[in-house]
Structures are given as structure tokens and as C-alpha cells.
Ligand binder design. Structure first.
Ligand code: GUN
Length: 282
């Protein structure tokens, strides 16, 4: 048996088309959503992400404001820029690309963003709201995974979900979202004992460890839905956290890398920007 491919690229294109339609409707009311992206330093991967975020923002008809700051920028200067963006009514969403240079306090920077403009959903207030079941800005990558899961499975209620990875950006919010949809959720990480056995019990497996081909084919429960968040650069090109060729023989459905979760992240960023704009204009 070969798994169904979950086509995140096509799903994301559909989502962006819907967003573009809603942006046009807002423009008829003289409102144009605006997303500010701040990049500090010259990390090559971050530069690629920021460029494609800007391009896709413009493609759906939103305004894109890019702020590129040199690596030696002081935290005080970054906080001053964020203050200006917080106060700017043309800016509905603010994203500070991570990682920040080592001399900066990442939490202090993120928590200086107006929570209503925090389209990454990383502000402590949004994390707390998500954890307590209140209306929150939800981090884009886990939100994209949830959309793919709901589209493929319908209800997640009562399913055994295993999230491998406990980052604030993916693992923890992913677990919260699955819990909100009444899945039975386990979070695994580098110290977890018997990871292969835990995987074999998972109806839903989310791999977000950042290690190439970490999850083996014989760890997967036959028929499971596998969501691979990993994007690892290797000599053989981009690969996920899951050994795709082996896993697709066992899983019921699986996301490819590239073309799975990746395109969903930016589409969800645009969706969050639209939501923030709608809320700001009441
Ligand atoms: N760096 C890697 N992923 C992300 C993300 O989703 N948001 C931000 N701001 N930085 C990142």
C-alpha cells in the first residue's frame, strides 16, 4: 500500500486565493492589510524566507513593509522600530524573523510586539490565550498542520496524536491545537524513552525535530497520518524529519518535503494578517 500524498502546496494556493478575494473586499472599504517583516542580520535561510514572505504578501494584494537591519543593531534600536510599527495604523501584522543575533533577548523583543499585531502568535499573551482556550493569534506552522489534518481526517476527536518536538514555535502550540480538537496528545522530545514504540501507537504523527530522516518507516502505525514539519538541507537536497520513501509504504497519508507543510506556513501568516486587520477594523 502507498500513502495518499497530502498536497500542502495546492492547499496553500487555494487558501491564498481565498485570502486575495477577501483583501479585494477590504480594499473596496479603503482598507489594505499591511504586514511588516523585520530581519536583523544576514542569515541566508532567513533572507530567503523574508523575500518569499514579501512576495506572497504583495501577491494577495496586501502591503508589505520590509525592514532589514544590520547584525550589530542594538536591542534598543530594534525595540524603537517595533514601537513605531505598533503605533502605525497601516501596519496590521508584525513579524520579527528568528533567530535574532545572540546579543538580543528574544523573549523581550517578541513581547514588545502589540499582541493584536503578533501574526506569528509568539507573544506570551497569545501563547497563554491558546493554552487556556481563548481567542488567540495562532503560530503559523502548527496552524497550517492543523488545517491539513482537518482537511484529510475531518474530526480529530479521540485520535492518538504524537508530536515529536517541544519548541515554542511548533511543538508546544501544535500540541495545544490538537488538544483543542479533542485528540489525545503526547509530546515527545530528545529525552523520550522508547520513541519508536510511542510512534507505533500514533494515529497522527507530527515530526518537528529538525533532524534529517529521523523517523523511520517501521516506527509508523499502518494507516497513520504523518505530518513532516522538517526542512533539512542535505547533500541530496531538502529532506524532512521523516524517511519519506519508507514511511509512504506504511502510512495512510503523508506530507512530502518540499511541498507539504512549508507552503502552509506563509499562507497562514497571510491568514493571520487578514484576521488582525479585520479585528483592528472591528
Ligand atoms: N524562523 C523560523 N520560523 C519562523 C517563523 O515561523 N516565524 C519567525 N518570525 N521566524 C521564524
Amino acid at each position: 500500500m502507498t500513502a495518499t500524498l497530502i498536497d500542502g502546496k495546492a492547499f496553500a494556493a487555494g487558501l491564498r486565493a481565498q485570502i486575495a478575494t477577501q483583501v479585494q473586499a477590504m480594499k473596496a472599504h479603503r482598507i489594505t492589510p499591511g504586514l511588516a517583516v523585520v530581519l536583523v542580520g544576514e542569515d541566508p535561510a532567513s533572507q530567503v524566507y523574508v523575500r518569499s514572505k514579501g512576495r506572497m504578501t504583495r501577491e494577495v494584494g496586501m502591503n508589505s513593509y520590509e525592514h532589514r537591519l544590520p547584525p550589530e543593531t542594538s536591542q534598543q534600536d530594534l525595540l524603537a522600530l517595533i514601537d513605531r510599527l505598533n503605533a502605525d495604523p497601516a501596519v496590521n501584522g508584525i513579524l520579527v524573523q528568528l533567530p535574532l543575533p545572540a546579543h538580543m533577548d528574544e523573549a523581550a523583543v517578541i513581547n514588545s510586539i502589540d499582541p493584536a499585531k503578533d501574526v506569528d502568535g509568539f507573544h506570551i499573551l497569545n501563547a497563554g490565550r491558546l493554552a487556556t482556550g481563548q481567542k488567540a493569534m495562532v503560530p503559523c506552522t502548527p496552524l497550517g498542520c492543523l488545517m491539513l489534518l482537518r482537511d484529510h481526517l475531518g474530526s480529530l476527536s479521540g485520535k492518538n496524536a504524537l508530536v515529536i518536538g517541544r519548541s515554542n514555535i511548533v511543538g508546544k502550540p501544535m500540541a495545544q491545537l490538537l488538544l483543542r480538537d479533542s485528540a489525545t496528545v503526547t509530546i515527545a522530545h530528545s529525552r523520550t524513552a522508547n520513541l519508536p514504540d510511542l510512534c507505533r501507537q500514533a494515529d497522527i504523527l507530527i515530526a518537528a525535530v529538525g533532524r534529517a530522516l529521523f523517523v523511520k518507516g517501521d516506527w509508523i502505525k499502518p494507516g497513520a497520518t504523518v505530518i513532516d514539519v522538517g526542512i533539512n538541507r542535505t547533500d541530496d537536497g531538502l529532506v524532512g524529519d521523516v524517511d519519506f520513501d519508507a514511511a509512504k509504504q506504511v502510512a495512510g497519508a503523508i506530507t512530502p518535503v518540499p511541498g507539504g507543510v512549508g507552503p502552509m506556513t506563509i499562507a497562514c501568516l497571510l491568514a493571520n494578517t487578514l484576521t488582525a486587520t479585520a479585528r483592528a477594523n472591528g
